[in-house]
Design a protein around this ligand. Structure first.
Ligand code: ARG
Length: 579
């Protein structure tokens, strides 16, 4: 695999330059088959050796490159070494490339392809808490929540694959004035029957109605305030209604998350940290960090000069706490409960300042672990609509994706042979949503576009699924032919070499994603892999080829299939075998 070759090259460089070979590993990378005009597999930019002090940073870089290249001799593994414009290129012996990259692991281990890479050794391992999705009870599940759900799941999957212990947490918006309104309004507009039948819908309807009513009626406003006060005082009747709303909502969400193939280890929420938030205020007070503003609110001064030019409000003038106060309390509580080594919050970019302030407050309280807390922000999605109109619930989006996909699939004859076309349509539809979401930098806004995301040929989730299903069908049709042993010299066509060169990059791509937590590297890697596979289907037929050739080609296709499937799973996509 890629590691084997990187190690060989590093060892050669280490011997030549009398350095530890490890120093060269991060500087080496596989050459992208889409960028190069070269046949080489790995490259080493001399500039990195200059920056890390291995080579003198003065002098002519071209000359340095050529000099070094001329000292590196070819051997049985490295077939060619050449210099070009400040970069040294290495070409691996073709047969060995085929053999190493297609080495059968057999069984389960195939799923570990690329994941045991020594590139990951420098990454910190430990417990990662990822908080994502985090919708608000009785309110809309908007596109931002959907993005957070996908992205957080991806980050959790990636961290898990790279050997971290991962805690997946959903932090519900389950406290605040909205429950005052909801509680007060439920008596008037609510109906237990409807609540049982269609909980999310009904709670939302009541919430909308109550809000309207509260706008024109002072009585309703007062009733809402009263109800919320009862909640804050843990009045048992008020609490039991609140509890019911929360339980029903979580139950519904769990069902929808299941459709997405997503689960959470913990459902926490703002309500869990009410009392702790008051304790936080006291701590801030005793540490001398709590100031009173002119308006009578409690604030923390975030300005290094202490001139109150930038403050964060943590306490209202009526003594109640805020969203941020609960977040401070929640973070401290999580650290105590889960002993995480790092914590990641996934929300849209409008909350960037909130998290910045949160981490600052934690640090000023002496919680140095806040250095290892991170907010992963993302951009807005415009125009997420279904045929019937605006999206209110997560389920609406999933249903729409399924229906549209089912329509598209109904033309194909394989659909008629399928046992459960709805299930396939659902999985493919979800992958379309995910790939659309992950293709660009997370911070960019994008336009939601059903037609584009569901195209079978473009760079879409449908294309990933289609490629995977086609590979599975090829493997199924040739069951019995596949053999563990194959002759590498039967796989020396350029089409094969190109695929293997692309696979050499897999661990680097995961490494890159682990560094910046951006899914685009992996998505684009997989889409490119699918394009290469499409030409391989044309150029390397299995059917009608002599048995040994067919065996060797199947080996290539099944390796490509397993890398594709594993990569898709990390993205949060469930690969389908037929479509
Ligand atoms: N419920 C919030 C919202 O919908 C997101 C929560 C983000 N997480 C946090 N710890 N503040 O905007």
């Amino acid at each position: 695999m890629a590691c084997f070759f990187r190690r060989r090259i590093a060892a050669k460089l280490g011997r030549t330059l009398q350095q530890s070979e490890d120093a060269f590993i991060p500087a080496l990378s596989a050459v992208s088959v889409f960028k190069k005009q070269k046949t080489a597999d790995f490259k080493l930019p001399i500039s990195t050796l200059r920056t890390n002090g291995i080579l003198p940073s003065s002098g002519d870089i071209q000359l340095q490159t050529e000099n070094l290249a001329s000292q590196l001799n070819q051997d049985s593994v490295l077939e060619d070494i050449s210099a070009d414009r400040g970069v040294i290129y290495f070409t691996v012996n073709r047969k060995l490339l085929v053999q190493k990259m297609l080495e059968p692991f057999g069984g389960q281990e195939d799923e570990r392809f690329g994941l045991n890479s020594e590139l990951f050794n420098t990454l910190k391992r430990g417990t990662t808490l990822v908080e994502y999705s985090s919708p608000n009870i009785a309110k809309k599940f908007h596109a931002g929540h959907l993005r957070s759900t996908f992205i957080g799941n991806f980050i959790a999957n990636l961290k898990r694959s790279l050997g971290n212990n991962v805690i997946r947490m959903n932090y519900l918006g389950d406290w605040g004035m909205q429950f005052g309104l909801l509680g007060a309004g439920f008596g008037q507009f609510g109906c237990q029957e409807k609540l049982k039948q269609n909980p999310l819908q009904h709670l939302f309807e009541v919430y909308v109605q109550v809000n309207k009513e509260a706008e024109r009626s002072e009585d309703m406003k007062q009733a809402a305030r009263d109800f919320f006060r009862q909640l804050e005082q843990r009045d048992s009747q008020a609490m039991s209604l609140w509890q019911q709303f929360r339980e029903i909502t979580v139950h519904e969400y769990q069902h929808v998350y299941k459709r997405l193939g997503i689960h959470f280890d913990v459902y926490s929420g703002e309500s869990d940290h009410q009392d702790q938030a008051q304790e936080v205020v006291q701590q801030l007070q005793s540490q001398g960090l709590l100031k009173t503003s002119e308006k009578g609110t409690g604030v923390v001064d975030l300005c290094p000069d202490g001139d109150m030019s930038s403050v964060c409000t943590v306490l209202r003038s009526d003594g109640t706490t805020l969203y941020i106060t609960r977040d401070v309390a929640a973070a401290i509580d999580r650290k105590q409960k889960y002993h995480f080594d790092e914590m990641i919050y996934v929300t849209d970019k409008s909350q960037a300042n909130h998290f910045h302030q949160l981490f600052q407050i934690l640090l000023s309280m002496g919680h140095s672990w806040a250095e290892r807390c991170q907010h992963v922000p993302f951009g807005l999605v415009q125009g997420m609509k279904t045929r019937t109109g605006e999206v209110v619930f997560l389920e609406d989006v999933l249903n729409e994706a399924r229906t549209r996909m089912l329509d598209n699939m109904s033309q194909s004859k394989t659909t008629k042979e399928m046992e459960n076309p709805e299930d396939t349509a659902e999985k493919v539809g979800i992958s379309a949503l995910i790939v659309q979401d992950f293709k660009g930098p997370l911070l960019s806004d994008y336009k939601f576009d059903w037609d584009r995301m569901l195209q079978a040929q473009g760079d879409t989730g449908v294309f990933l699924q289609y490629t995977h299903a086609r590979l599975c069908s090829l493997i199924r049709r040739n069951e019995g032919i596949e053999a563990a042993a194959f002759d590498p010299s039967l796989l020396l066509e350029q089409t094969t070499i190109t695929i293997l060169q692309h696979l050499l990059r897999y661990d680097e791509v995961l490494y890159q994603s682990a560094q910046d937590l951006q899914p685009k590297h992996l998505v684009n890697f997989l889409l490119k892999l699918c394009h290469l596979i499409a030409s391989a289907h044309r150029q390397l037929p299995v059917k009608g080829s002599p048995r040994d050739v067919a065996q060797a080609r199947l080996r290539l296709f099944s390796r490509a299939c397993s890398v594709l499937a594993n990569g898709m799973r990390i993205l949060g996509i469930t690969p389908v075998d037929k479509m």
